[in-house]
Design a protein around this ligand. Structure first.
Ligand code: PAN
Ligand code: ZN
Length: 189
């Protein structure tokens, strides 16, 4: 593969000329939100779009850099903000760089030792997701939250491990303020 260019629209947060789009609706996120009742009600009322990932295609091989723009729509289940599923990389020693383009949000990261890091993201914020840390982003605003992610193309996504344990903390809206609280469903293995 030779050099190529693409363009992010900084007003909309959308990656123009993307090759593939991943769509995640509420129904794709069963048991990920803490409040099961609020989740069930929300899904049956309207299976809302939670986030989309706009990807460029590069070969999934060592040395290549995958890059994608994620747009998380505003919303909450109970008091928990709309968020991504979250994952470890299948090759756990691979890092990732996030750059916020639009809106306001945050990234929650945790490692196998149960350590947690939460960092806020506003346009221009860059977050270095260190190797071995799981990562999930949340939209803490009432507009679209968009960010670019750049990562080794052979990193792979391991969703299963984090699905089993959950993240140690939830990111919630408490009377208009963003707070981290213990996740009652956290199932440390
Ligand atoms: C990101 C994420 C993207 C969607 O590109 O894949 O934001 O989140 P989930 O993959 O957790 O659904 C990234 O971290 N890639 O490695
Ligand atoms: Zn990742």
């Amino acid at each position: 593969m030779g050099p190529f260019a693409s363009r992010i629209n900084f007003n909309t947060g959308v990656l123009e000329q993307y090759d593939a789009k991943v769509v995640r609706k509420l129904s794709d996120m069963a048991s990920m939100f803490a409040n099961d009742q609020a989740y069930k009600q929300a899904v049956s009322a309207e299976d809302e779009l939670v986030y989309e990932v706009f990807e460029k295609h590069v070969p999934e091989e060592e040395g290549q850099l995958a890059h994608a723009v994620t747009v998380i729509y505003p919303g909450k289940i109970g008091d928990e903000y709309f968020m991504t599923k979250g994952h470890f990389h299948t090759k756990p020693n691979t890092a990732e760089l996030y750059l916020c383009i639009k809106g306001r949000g945050g990234i929650i990261m945790s490692n196998e030792q149960g350590k947690v890091s939460y960092l806020e993201m506003v346009p221009g914020s860059m977050v270095y997701v260190a190797p071995y840390w799981s990562h999930r982003t949340v939209n803490t605003s009432d507009e679209e939250f968009a960010f670019l992610a750049i990562y080794p193309a052979d990193a792979g996504h391991d969703y299963g491990s984090i699905e089993q344990t959950g993240f140690p903390k939830l990111v919630i809206d408490k009377n208009g303020k963003t707070e981290l609280i213990d996740n009652p469903k956290w199932n440390k293995s």
